[in-house]
Write a protein of this length. Structure first.
Length: 76
């Protein structure tokens, strides 16, 4: 299964935020948890419906978003 296919968007769930496999767990929720120091193992224990590939998918999704981001230098 392609990792990114685990990320879904449904405007009726979490106001259209990218979520994991249609569940009410958003990509940003996973990213914030990891950034705050929660380990993947802790996330999987806290959310038993999550799978290790869901966490990988969230990280890949974020990297793809950043990859296409354009940064413009503003000079004064």
């Amino acid at each position: 299964m392609d990792l990114l296919s685990r990320i879904t968007v449904n405007r009726d769930v979490m106001v259209g935020k990218p979520i994991i496999r249609g569940m009410r767990i958003s990509v940003d929720q996973i990213l914030k948890a990891l950034a705050s120091g929660i380990t993947s193992e802790e996330l999987l224990a806290d959310y038993p419906e999550l799978e290790p590939d869901d966490i990988k998918a969230a990280l890949l999704y974020a990297s793809k978003i950043i990859e296409s981001e354009k940064v413009y230098r503003i000079t004064a």
